[in-house]
Design a protein around this ligand. Structure first.
Ligand code: URP
Ligand code: ZN
Ligand code: ZN
Ligand code: ZN
Length: 466
């Protein structure tokens, strides 16, 4: 049996902050003992980690990534190997990525293809959601099978007509099925039919720069779609999880639904908290670096997102990590913003940016862990194996130095992308050491993990329903 003891740190979970030592046996948390109590003093170990002055926190759970995602004629630049290594560097020990059903194909085919991409390549553990882009009788039956094998959440798109888009009838059918089989529908809530009209009109006026991406994808068309998705879920009697919420009007829709007692949940991402349409408007096509959907909003939306995170109108922080290099990929949209591949890098930066949110006074330390670790684990059926530090849980643990200073830069990050969306941003706090099921994957700022350590993690149904 291998035994590791972490001594001297402040253990922070969504529930508690306690000065405690942690005993790990064979990759599983065996015990916690408050400092100064007799128990911890008797523990012997093969490895002792000194966490004096540091936080001991659960490994991050990033429930929204797109490694190697095909989009707009190219592929997201991080593979499962490079992307999960970068995740580990940033203190994230579980990702839930999106397998994709192509139109005319089965869910099974899509899921098998994503398993093949990820198998033997990941540095940290991973699960899958399923993107449903073709709702048929067969697809609906397959949803039941997927739930049984641990793929318990399904993303649908009200955006991207002709690609991933589902109409209201298709959405309602999938929601009805989810209401039956315990699946959770994740919604990309933007009115894509209306957006495509505005895109065409903007391009006809010669408005081709990246900033027009933000102008045509209006906040109103996000809140309209959010409202519609909520009503459809209500009709179906299904829970609903709205992904990458960026508009304050959409937060208001989610907040209203929750006040009515509905099982409606919202996720936002660091880019919406720290970046804005000012970035999209950067000159010289630099704005392309910030093209994602839903789009960045004017700065005044940020306060509503932080407030939503504080009041639990928004429950989860994910990255929507979907990196495209500026050179050769984002550049595909020079002269036509609609051809810029949608997505931004961030899987490595989430835990740090949110810690900066703690330092800046937006959220408490426990809330940081709740929205970045515990709730995503509960929402997607991974708790308490993932997302907390408790006996019996996987020893996915980060030793976090809250006093270290760092500057985010593409020069030093580990994501396979040629720019950082946060270039030059100063952060207080940094990951020191990361354990994945007790194995050191980052040791004192060195990568000590390996491709293939990360394993597929089947999930139960949502554990967060009201
Ligand atoms: O721009 C984004 N978000 N790209 C990834 C695909 C999606 O819609 O989540
Ligand atoms: Zn989306
Ligand atoms: Zn409320
Ligand atoms: Zn996404």
């Amino acid at each position: 049996m291998s035994r590791t003891v972490i001594r001297g740190g402040l253990v922070i979970t969504a529930a508690d902050e306690i000065h405690a030592d942690v005993l790990i046996e064979d990759g599983t948390i065996a015990a916690l003992a408050a400092r100064g109590t007799g128990a911890a003093a008797t523990w012997t170990a093969d490895r002792t980690i000194d966490a004096t002055g540091k936080y001991v926190i659960p490994g991050g759970v990033d429930a929204h990534t797109h490694m190697e995602m095909p989009f707009g004629g190219t592929y997201a630049a991080d593979t499962f190997e490079t992307g999960t290594r970068a995740a580990a560097w940033g203190g994230t020990t579980t990702i839930v990525d999106f397998a994709i059903q192509s139109k005319g194909r089965s869910l099974r085919e899509g899921l098998d293809a994503w398993h093949a991409k990820a198998a033997s390549n990941c540095a940290v553990d991973y699960g899958f959601h399923m993107i449903v882009s073709d709702v048929t009788e067969d697809t609906l039956k397959e949803m039941d099978l997927l739930v049984d094998e641990g793929v318990t959440s399904f993303k649908q798109f009200m955006a991207y007509p002709g690609v991933f888009y589902s109409d209201d009838g298709q959405i309602l059918r999938a929601m009805q099925r989810a209401a039956d089989n315990g699946g959770l529908i994740m919604m990309h809530a933007e009115n894509g039919i209306a957006i495509d009209v505005l895109v065409e009109q903007a391009l006809a006026r010669g408005e081709t720069d990246p900033r027009y991406h933000g102008e045509v994808r209006k906040a109103l068309l996000e809140s309209e779609a959010t409202h519609r998705a909520i009503k459809l879920a209500q009709v179906a009697g299904a829970p609903l999880y709205v992904v990458h919420v960026s508009a304050q009007e959409a937060v208001a829709e989610i907040s209203r639904a929750r006040d009515e007692g509905l099982n409606v949940f919202g996720e936002t991402c660091p880019q919406y908290l720290f970046l804005s349409t000012d970035n999209l408007a950067e000159p010289g096509f630099e704005g392309a670096k910030y093209v994602c959907s839903t789009p960045l909003r004017p700065k005044d939306h940020q306060a509503a997102l932080w407030r939503g995170l504080r009041t639990n109108d928004l429950q989860v922080i994910s990255t929507d990590h979907c990196p495209f290099c500026f050179s050769g990929q984002k550049e595909m949209g020079r002269g036509d913003f609609s051809k810029i591949p949608n997505g931004m890098p961030g899987v490595e930066n989430r835990m740090d940016l949110l810690h900066q949110g703690v330092v800046d006074g937006h959220i408490s330390r426990r809330r940081w862990i709740e929205i970045a670790c515990a709730t995503p684990a509960r929402m997607f059926g991974l708790y308490p194996k993932k997302g907390t530090i408790t006996p019996g849980a996987d020893a996915d643990i980060v030793i976090y130095d809250p006093a270290a200073e760092q500057v985010i830069s593409a020069e030093t990050h580990h994501m396979n992308v040629d720019y950082s969306a946060y270039e030059g941003k100063r952060i207080t706090g940094r990951v020191d050491t990361v354990l994945s099921r007790g194995e050191p994957v980052i040791t004192d700022r060195e990568f000590t993990g390996r491709a293939g350590h990360g394993t597929y993690t089947p999930r139960s149904t949502c554990q967060y329903l009201i």
